[in-house]
Design a binder for this molecule. Structure first.
Ligand SMILES: [Zn+2]
Length: 148
C-alpha cells in the first residue's frame, strides 16, 4: 500500500518506494516543443498547481511502469510513447522522485480522470505564466527541457 513516509530530512513524502512522474513531449515539425502538464486537483497537496502526472511507485514496479500507470490513472489512455530519459530528483533526505521523459507523435487529448483539474500542452515559455508545483518548478529550473 502507498503511504506517507518521513525521509531522513523529516520531509513528508507520499510513497514508501519513492515516486515517479511522466513528462511527455511533442516536437512539432516547425515549432517549439510542447509538454503535457496536469493541473492538480484542489483536493490533493499543492492543489491547483501544474506539473506532470505521477505518484507513488508500488512494490515490484520500475519507475517507468509506475509513471505510465499513474499517468493513465490520472489523465486516461496514452498513445505509444518513446522513453528518452529517466532522471532522479533526490530530496536531500534519501527519498527519490524519478522523472520519466518521453516523446509522443501528436498532441493527443488528455482527460481529467482522477486527481486532475485540467490538462494542457505548453511550451517552456508558456510554463512561466503557470503556477507550477514547487518540485516541478525546481526540476525545470535545473534542466534545460529542450535537451530531454
Ligand atoms: Zn525528503
Amino acid at each position: 500500500m502507498d503511504r506517507w513516509i518521513f525521509c531522513e530530512k523529516d520531509h513528508v513524502h507520499w510513497g514508501s518506494q519513492g515516486g515517479a512522474g511522466l513528462l511527455l513531449r511533442f516536437v512539432p515539425p516547425n515549432g517549439q516543443p510542447v509538454y503535457l502538464l496536469q493541473q492538480r486537483a484542489y483536493s490533493v497537496d499543492h492543489g491547483g498547481t501544474w506539473g506532470m502526472p505521477g505518484g507513488a511507485i508500488q512494490a515490484g514496479e520500475s519507475p517507468e511502469m509506475a509513471a505510465r500507470r499513474e499517468a493513465e490513472e490520472e489523465i486516461g489512455p496514452l498513445p505509444p510513447i518513446r522513453v528518452a530519459s529517466i532522471e532522479v530528483q533526490e530530496c536531500g533526505g534519501g527519498w527519490k522522485f524519478y522523472v520519466v521523459s518521453a516523446n509522443v507523435d501528436r498532441e493527443f487529448r488528455a482527460f481529467c480522470v482522477r486527481e486532475t483539474e485540467a490538462t494542457g500542452w505548453f511550451t517552456r515559455e508558456e510554463m512561466k505564466s503557470l503556477r507550477l508545483h514547487p518540485d516541478f518548478a525546481q526540476w525545470i529550473q535545473d534542466h534545460a527541457l529542450h535537451r530531454a
